[in-house]
Design a protein around this ligand. Sequence first.
Ligand code: C2E
Ligand code: MG
Ligand code: MG
Length: 731
Amino acid sequence: MDNSLINFKVEPPRFNKPISFLVVDDDLRARESLVTLLQRQWADITEAEDGEVAISLIQQRQFNIVILDLNMPKKSGDQVLAFIKDKKIKTTVIVLSGEASINKVTEAVRLGAYDIFRKPYSFDELEHSIHNALVKLRIEEEKAQIQNRLAHSEQLHRYMVDNSPDLIYLLNLAGEFTFVNDSVTKLLGYEKSDLLGKHYSEFIAIEDRLKAEYLFNERRRENRSNRTIELRLKCNPSADPSKPFEVSTRPIELNSMGIYAVDSKDSKKSVYQGTYGVARDISSRKKAEKLITYQAYHDLLTNLPNRAMLLDRLDLAIKQSERTGETLIVMFLDLDRFKLVNDSFGHVVGDQLLVEVAERLKTEIREGDTLARLGGDEFMLLLPQPTSKEQAESVAQKLIASLQQPFFLKSKEVYINVSIGISVFPGDSTDINTLIKNADMAMYEVKSAGKNGYTFYNDKLEHAAAEKISIESGLRNALKNDEFEIYYQPQIDIKSRQIVGVEALLRWNHPTLGLRSPSYFIEQAEESRIIEQLSEWVLRRVAIDLFSDRHFLESEIKVSINLSATDVRQKEFPENLVSFTEDFGIDPQRLEIEITENMFMSDIQSCIHKLQVLSNRGISIAIDDFGTGYSSLNYLRELPVHTVKIDYSFISEIEFSQKGAALVAAIVGMAQGLGINIIAEGVENVHQSDYLESLGCHTMQGFLFGRPVSVGEFRTAVANQHESLSSLPNT
Ligand code: C2E
Ligand code: MG
Ligand code: MG
């Protein structure tokens, strides 16, 4: 960069500089008297006695005023004048001449004399002429300074214009470029000459031409305020040899201002001359804006549209369907057990699973459909094209099937299912939020019916949802108001007919609905995590009910407590349970916990560890509802399991199907082979008990031996057994 331009200075005016005189005359007296007179005002006065001396002095230094005699020896005044003229020496010459012939005068003027006086002359007149010459000199000097400054200023402005990163341009009346700065090459790949004389519209992207035309016309209509709009300019296609046929554009912010001149006929009017303006490259800003918009409308993990985009599209689709009268479908998808994957394998694997789920789901949908991720493991699908319920069903089936295959994450095999709720416009609702809410509600219905499936919204769900909400709020009060009770169901040894165990079963003494069994409320308790307080309450209640009873303590009856997955998943679960037995002085050998198979699904390792802690302390572990859940027999080898409880559904099959009976026999045989205790649940008749006994399953629980009873009734039964070892509870 040329710094001299930036640091340039304008010379200060030189009016105060002493004026220098050269007095040339061969007549000594005349010369001296003139010098004396001049010295009254000016100090810098030099004398020369002939033309030759004068020329040599003039060559050495500059004189402002030369007072010159014409008739002199060696070199004449004319010769001195000619020399000054020839050498373009800047000085003012006043001639003093003995002759006044017109020829002499015109010759002197031709040679550049400023003024001529005929000897003898009046000094006053000479002085006057000197003053005039000095004024002229000053004016000339000022003019030179101004010109100097202008030249610098012009240079500076040109420098600024050419070095501006912005494209600066001038258009004439016809809209043709009359000036562009150097930036045009960097910005658009054109040379300046490519633009000059061409109409601006040739360089504006076709889509933006009308916009530009409007802007420039507005300038023409004397709108002096400057205005800025965003446009795309065409880049020189030959500037990028890699893309010879591609006309790329560059987004710019175009500022334009009309140029006006005063009308020569009417000074009050101004005439449009053209347009001046600046075009600023806004590519990086546009890129940033694009990114921000993308982020605002996409889920950054899966790159799917997010809730905002889905709402936009749904709103549009609804408006369209309102016009055409066609159906549209909204699906709410929620992954089953995703939390478990996240908890067991960590968030990185969880995130990877979500990405892969999104990929699989995407392959099942059509181009116009919108699949969005709402957050967590929730997705939403909008099918905007005219869609029948049957088509929606087949899409849902495809989505479910696509997730059925295992995912391989960090060399682990992960299975995941999805629950899908479907709502239909306009059948279920015409309101955007209600449509989503209905699909959500239907999805929850799938979840509570055992997950992995789809269902359409219907009015009954509304009722069920309302009931769920009232159950949840009821549960919170129930704990405070002491509305829970434990019922005790005995487990009998078929040979001795004695009570060997008892299962504690929770009941809710609902203020308006009466006694409710866990199927009514346990799911809500788990979802709202009230279950954690509830389980603690159950343990305390059982401790108080049974472990303070003399007969119970003296017996060897084991008590079984049901725990939910939420309890077992708590980090401190085994330690808390152990310290509970210590606090209440409960012999751990008398305690069994019942858990279901599904708890081991993903976090089997941590389950093994936790149950081992309990088992080491003497607490027994029973697998409840055996055969109805996960049913991978592997875990029976790995887990410290003491008891399996054959589910009621198998027992009830014994009399009705050979297969059912064979299945029970297989379960019993397997447990015996592994040295695990078996309890048959839900034994209702002698036929069942006989069959079980024949298989070698001796411990049974069911209505045949006793229904779940209140603590009082159970204590009586225990007392009776104590009194007479042969008596059975009579309930
Ligand atoms: P479960 O652990 O399998 O309990 C056995 C269920 O079978 C009990 O239902 C019991 O009343 C019922 N039952 C017993 N004998 C017969 C019979 O001969 N025939 C028929 N049809 N049913 C019989 P209940 O009390 O309604 O409990 C249902 C489930 O709720 C329990 O199934 C258990 O999983 C859960 N549950 C009960 N109490 C608690 C608790 O304190 N905490 C937790 N987390 N869950 C509990
Ligand atoms: Mg149970
Ligand atoms: Mg059971």
